[in-house]
Design a protein around this ligand. Structure first.
Ligand SMILES: CC(=O)SCCNC(=O)CCNC(=O)[C@H](O)C(C)(C)COP(=O)(O)OP(=O)(O)OC[C@H]1O[C@@H](n2cnc3c(N)ncnc32)[C@H](O)[C@@H]1OP(=O)(O)O
Length: 201
């Protein structure tokens, strides 16, 4: 089904952009120097927003390929996945756009899970974090991860967790994530053979 038919009012955002307003940046001020937020990202040409259908043309898949294997994804498959995520709910794919050349330069995803435990709680998971390699070292990684982390807080998640490779532990520690002794293992069964073009994530 065409994008405009399905969601004519929203500008084809995956989720409501208003959710990104008034996040609790004061609680993470100490992690950022200079202090930036999703609403004031430090440069007028930086825009932090929910994923849009049009991001297929703005290089989203190209920067994700700096994270792991993406594959050769036609527009139709991208759109189908976008609508599946929207229909399922709980997918908060969030991007940073360089509006000067309309390119996606960063992304992170919050996925929320409904639970019976913790009084029918909501849990958050951080996934698919990436900043374009030519923009790294400017706090944009912190900005996009903190944006979705504060969104998780705003949505009422009782916790947010992530899996990462060892070298990234300092990055996440630097913005408040902790290794809990006895409770930080990650275990895997893989059902697909990684392709030759990239390693597993
Ligand atoms: C849950 C997941 O998705 S895990 C997968 C994470 N993504 C990847 O590995 C993809 C490839 N890497 C990247 O896209 C980027 O390097 C990111 C997203 C990890 C970091 O983005 P950047 O914009 O460079 O991060 P930012 O500038 O905010 O750096 C913040 C701090 O973390 C440190 N840092 C950043 N990247 C790394 C790294 N790869 N290893 C160790 N430290 C790092 C920085 O030195 C900086 O430290 P400082 O505050 O003391 O100066």
């Amino acid at each position: 089904m065409g994008a405009s038919k399905k969601n004519p009012q929203s500008g084809n955002y995956l989720y409501n952009p208003a959710l990104l307003q008034n996040l609790d940046w004061e609680s993470v001020r100490g992690y950022l120097n200079p202090f930036i937020t999703n609403e004031n990202p430090g440069e007028p040409w930086l825009l932090v927003r929910p994923l849009q259908l049009e991001d297929y043309d703005k290089g989203l898949l190209q920067i994700l390929s700096q994270l792991t294997t993406v594959g050769n994804i036609p527009r139709s498959a991208f759109e189908r996945q976008f609508w599946e995520m929207m229909k399922a709910g709980g997918y908060y794919v969030t991007v940073i756009e360089d509006t000067r050349d309309r390119k996606i330069i960063g992304a992170a995803t919050l996925i929320t899970e409904y639970k019976f435990i913790h009084d029918c709680g909501l849990r958050g998971r951080l996934e698919d974090v990436v900043v374009n390699n030519t923009y790294r070292g400017k706090q944009l990684g912190k900005l996009i991860v903190l944006t979705v982390s504060l969104l998780a807080k705003k949505l009422g998640c009782y916790k947010m967790s992530l899996d990462c490779k060892d070298p990234l532990i300092p990055f996440y520690k630097g913005i408040g994530y902790k290794i809990e002794p006895g409770n930080s293992n990650s275990m895997i069964i893989r059902y697909e053979t990684p392709t030759a073009s990239g390693g597993p994530s």
